[in-house]
Design a protein around this ligand. Sequence first.
Ligand code: BQZ
Length: 690
Amino acid sequence: MTKPFRRAALAALLLGVSAVAVQAEMMAPTAPPEAPKFDAQGEPIYVNRADIYEFKALPAYSEPAWVKAFVDAGKLPPVAERLPKEPLVYKTANMPDGNGVYGDVMRHVIGGRPEGWNFWAGQSYGWGGIDIGLVECLTRTGPLFQVNAADLQPLPNLARSWEWAADGKSLTVHLIEGAKWSDGDPFDTEDIDFYWNDIVMDPDATPLMGASQETYGAGTTLDIIDAYTFKMNFQTAFPESVLYAMAYGNFCPGPAHVLKPAHPKYGGKDYQSFHDAFPADMMNFPTMGAWAVVEHRPDDIVVTRRNAYYWKVDEAGQQLPYLDEVHFRLSTWGDRDVQAVAGTGDFSNLEQPENFVESLKKAAEEASPARLAFGPRSIGYQLFFNLSGNGWGEPDARGQAVRELNRSLDFRKAVTYAIDRQRIGDSLVKGPFTSQYAGGLLTSTSYYDAGSTVFYPFSTESAKEALAAAGLTDSDGNGFVNLAGGDDLNVTLLTNADYATDKNIAEGVVAMMADVGVKVTLNSLGGKDYDNARESGKHDWYIRRNDQEFVSVVQGVNRLAPTGPAISTWHYANAAGELDLLPYEQQMVDAIAAFNGTQDAAVRGDAMKAYQKTFTENVNAVGLTAYPGALIINKRFANIPAGAPIFMYNWAEDNIIRERVYVPADKQIGAELHPGELPGKLGEATVKAE
Ligand code: BQZ
């Protein structure tokens, strides 16, 4: 034993305290523990983007016979006039089961509820694939799971092509020409101009997924060139992440012809009226999606019918979608799993481990109506600290004291040491599914590097040491550490009440924090209230299932750190626009800038290693658990791509490309609720041919 240790040991013996306790130090961080081996079932068939679809004119087009009846009755232009000059053509060779036949329905079950149809003023449609089906965007990334790494770049969509200026400081984008909204109104740069200038750049109009100027890079501007061409101008060269920020959730223009009149800038009363202008009982809101909403029975079902102006076809010239109707049963996320394996629903992202065993058992039965396939370990939960120290979310004195502690590495270390990740995973499901997650990038992304990932192992002793280092001790002996003023430290933990998994994980965290003397109180809110609380800074800590950026890096890369005043919901700027980044946060922001500022793969890889080391070493968030999800799809559907993950660049509702999914005639179940009907005009009923 060294001399100092001996002296301390002697002193300790005299004081009757174990030498180790006196000399106790926090356990050294380690490399993340090996995840239990779990192979995804089914590999994608890797192709290049050009193998999936192209834009071109075909000699002839066709449509379902019942839609042709509308043309014959003079209620609809001929299909060739409803399609763009060069529609998006899905290549048959990339369709697992070839060109499809018309008819039938896909029955989704979802846990959210439509608030209204103004996605561009922040209204949620209830998730679960409604918005993904109705709100099409300039580029598309969901299907990228099947694209060769060497060809990885967002797919064209409403933007059919683009080219960078030689200096990389601008991008000229060409829209598909001649596409129409579901009410026949032309889609063109009027929609782009309104989306950019009156939604993205208008601080009082925030779209649902929060796109702001910084989403496209600080200082980015947009110029309209002509009806189908616009140009984006950047402060840095070749910000390729912009192409991902033109995909779902970010650059998804709305129908300017109905939104503009309600916008305060164009005669609308005010922003609240703009937000409320298209309530959930208003049908047939114009869409560029394959289906439009024709019925909404609150807390029961949303029914969508095919959009007769949809701008995509198969190589035989059949206008898509093949499915005439899509349902969204308004239930719970857990019920989605139950109904999918029972066959009363058709689709689920099995993402709550509590349902794994039962779902696996049911799907394994010979007579099971559904097939179930696990994908990569791409679902991850983290605990985030509100890192604002300058007033974001208007904290009271208690809240401010917690935030100041959150900004202390010792305090964040105390939290991460206190968490037994193995126990959290086992509490959800036993078996090889869950893994101990260090936080930051998930192992499922090619940018993940174990050598750059710092893992603080479970150690209540180290947690208590770290609390003491943060100045927190139990001064009144009631088992909970006290703030300087003598009150117990009391932290609120915000979680999403819509998922059993979120609640179970949160309850585990509360118990483990109590074991080290930190009092944590749960604040469990329903999805929209949870999202609002997260985005308004009304939280001390929150638990969140990762969004795309931690799973794929390239989709939402700017959200990996507070790269702008309102980007990462663990740290926004205050009302004065001041973003009080901690030094390590600035390092993460710099790593993302380095990633965005180059096309060199090696430099991008290094930037992500630097990011991951900074994030995990500084415990920017506490990784909790990570596990694979499984796609559950009814067996009657054809054209489901092999190896489609439930979550990667986007959710499976996007990844499986629903507009080219079909049901062979002999397997159709005749479950349409509005057979023979097409969406009508905004606010009106559906229409029939006769
Ligand atoms: C998938 C997804 C499709 C949002 C939502 C929901 C919101 C979040 C998140 C998922 C649901 C399903 O996730 O859980 O499996 O169908 O909809 O959009 O959790 O509360 O705000 O980020 O995607």
